[in-house]
Design a protein around this ligand. Sequence first.
Ligand code: S3P
Length: 435
Amino acid sequence: MTQNYLLTPGGSLSGTLRVPGDKSISHRALLLGAIARGRSEIDGFLASEDCLATMSALRAMGVTIERDGEHVVVHGVGLRGLAAPDTVLDLGNSGTAIRLLAGLLAGQDFDSELVGDASLMQRPMRRVADPLNMMGAQVDTVDGRPPLRVQGGRSLKGIDYTLPVASAQVKSAILLAALYASGETLVRGSGVSRDHTERMLMSMGVNLTVDDDGTIHLLPDQAPESMDMRVPGDLSSAAFFLLGGCLAAREALVVEGVGLNPTRLGVLGILEAMGADIRIERRRMEGREPVGDLHVQRAALKGIDIPPALVPLAIDEFPAIFVAAAAAQGVTRISGAEELRHKESDRIAVMASGLRTLGIEVDEQPDGAVIHGGRLGGGEINSHGDHRIAMAFAMASLVAGAPIRILDTANVATSFPGFPELAAGAGLNLQVEAS
Ligand code: S3P
């Protein structure tokens, strides 16, 4: 059975809401809590399918994890306390889970195998296998894709590595393996990718330093200390409500308690350059992560040339940005965004095709698109099982002239459980259909 969304035009958004916890931080809290010694408590944990896949994998390696809704207790086993899983580890749809676990598993004394769903089995893994193998690990892909077979019992050594793509997943995999290596590990060129791993390792007492040019230094054999933490709301989930608010807020729409890590703020800069009216209130720190409340008002958006420097800082928000561009007056040019082709779907191709269905002119480019803003119509859109594509097109209905049916939406639960209910509660005319 598959799930679709049916959206009817005429909705508008208002009220104050909270989005679920940050996906990147929730994965990391589990992984680092597991190899810390002792008990870590996590509040605001994102109980989505992706993070639950990481949780199952850790449980399969002997880690006791208790969960009551968004409250999680991880009983860490220490750096060398993981046990060999007796099954293949299935990470579902989650690129973060498979790549970070590859790094963690590279330093263990047992073999493991990592797989995922049809989308994950197509995603590039050499970017993570290559640096890990340079460290002395044995991580094998099949033609650059999963399954990943990780051989245990290898002695790892530190490397000096310059990231060829701005990827926090690759950086984090190297840092996790570096905890098990002899000698220092340096990771360069990471300034523009999200830095949650670095912040969390530091808050767990690991001696990690970052130079002014963004080079990370990590010395091995440092066991993270257990810790208690609160996960902020996920800006990548809030982004759909920011988009919806720009298009059709009735009065200010407020999203409370959202993570505002500087390496994630590209979407705010891009929407503001398009004319959005977004205000940040009650800025505060939760642990080492900045947090605030976002107030968004309806605004007339205009097309812009998106500065390529902002692309990595907004990498997960492009489905929402494509819809903002479609509803804007004028032309928006996206470039330097080839990475979008390697996400849960080929987000350039899938967004271009969906927007064309709604009557918008889109010129697809190898590394982006040129989107001619206009009046959106209705139609049937295939999300290709990509959560963020489904949520972006759901918000498009706020300015569409006819109903939109979005196919294959069940994977919204990989990052945003409860999205249809929360969005409908705020004023989106959304019905979930089983087919
Ligand atoms: C993530 C990093 C990004 C992002 C993904 C989550 C992470 O991927 O797109 O949703 O938690 O490290 P890349 O590392 O491939 O850029």
